[in-house]
Design a protein around this ligand. Structure first.
Ligand code: GLY
Length: 355
């Protein structure tokens, strides 16, 4: 069966394309030749992803004339550390990678963030290719240039904005994801539909796992472009992408990161949807329809913590600006507004959003 390949142009400075389709891992070398040729490629991947796809990607790159090396690290959030970052940068230096060579991130969010930050720092910047292998990385973290590692005092506190030269998303790889990891990606995908696309929300209500998700992924990436193109540094419109994320980050942090990002985002969106309903500013029964879709993917509809605990954790969020923080309030499927509140008001908003 043949499928279309969607090309979504990301119109940041520098601009680049996101390719979304099927069978793209086999063709990645040829696709990368459109942005770089005759150079070395350092493949950065975790041990689990490299075992699945390392050989296929290496073969495709070498068939297209690239010389390859690989940096393979232990999978898991613990690898998003300054120690791992320095080890990777040292490896790039020891292997003699030059400014005309490439770093290729093959994996999920941890890999993209780690490899992206290393690529932005090494030699003050070498070109980066992102090949996301989770749905969450495909619709969110591989696009838009946010890179980071964690510090002992918080998640993603050490990072940069650094756009890749190309993103290649092969939807075939989602077939090997555990259900809960696929659901993490569905939570971020639902977020885009709630932000501004009722038709996409309808498409997601009809979608079953195993179906062709490439059109949905391409629609999300197109929307991400629209939110970041005039606000790469996250001071304005890009903040819409944080729908549900203030309570979500508080849930992740309070759980010691045992609650995954997508699961926390689902609960966070529900908290904001119910809060908007209680304030009387959203469409009737909106949270019910949102909850029904999230529940189909076994995503949580509530936080396992009190509003007080969440507000305390959210008060230390890196998105805080002085004494205020900007929440995203969903009013209907496809319609949200930015809603700045004082840190002291967070508890009452979360309280309103608790069942
Ligand atoms: N993950 C949200 C953003 O890229 O801004």
């Amino acid at each position: 069966m043949t499928h279309d390949v969607y090309t979504v142009p990301i119109r940041t400075e520098p601009a680049y394309d996101v390719l979304v389709g099927h069978g793209l891992l086999e063709e990645c070398g040829m696709r990368i030749r459109a942005v770089a040729s005759d150079c070395r490629v350092m493949i950065v991947s975790d041990d689990a992803v490299y075992a699945l796809y390392g050989e296929k990607v290496t073969r495709s790159l070498e068939d297209a004339g690239f010389r390859t090396d690989a940096y393979v690290f232990p999978h898991g959030e613990a690898s998003k550390s300054t120690e791992r970052l320095i080890d990777l940068i040292n490896t790039l230096a020891e292997s003699g990678l030059t400014r005309t060579d490439l770093v290729l991130a093959l994996g999920g969010g941890v890999t993209g963030d780690l490899a992206g930050l290393a690529a932005s720092l090494y030699l003050r910047g070498v070109r980066l290719i992102q090949i996301p292998t989770t749905l969450l990385a495909a619709v969110d973290s591989s696009v838009g240039g946010k890179t980071a590692v964690n510090l002992p005092s918080g998640k993603n506190l050490c990072g940069s904005f650094y756009q890749p030269s190309l993103v290649i998303c092969d939807c075939d790889v989602f077939g090997t994801l555990a259900d809960s990891v696929f659901s993490d990606g569905m939570a971020e995908t639902v977020k885009y539909a709630v932000l501004k696309d009722p038709a996409l929300f309808g498409a997601m209500e009809a979608f079953e796992r195993g179906g062709d998700i490439s059109g949905i992924v391409a629609a999300c990436v197109q929307m991400k472009n629209d939110y970041i193109v005039h606000d790469v540094q996250d001071h304005g419109e890009r903040q819409f992408l944080n729908l549900g994320h203030t309570p979500a980050h508080a849930i992740e942090k309070t759980s010691g990161f045992t609650v995954s990002h997508g699961h926390a985002v689902a609960a966070g969106m529900m908290i904001m949807a119910r809060a908007a309903e209680k304030m009387g500013i959203s469409e009737e029964r909106f949270s019910e329809r949102l909850g029904a879709l999230l529940a189909r993917w076994d995503l949580p509809l509530d936080a396992p913590y009190s509003a007080q605990v969440l507000a305390q954790a959210a008060g230390a969020d890196k998105k805080r600006r002085g004494s205020s923080i900007t929440l995203v309030m969903p009013l209907a499927i496809g319609h949200c507004v930015l809603y700045p509140v004082q840190i002291g008001q967070l508890e009452s908003v979360f309280e309103a959003g608790t069942r």
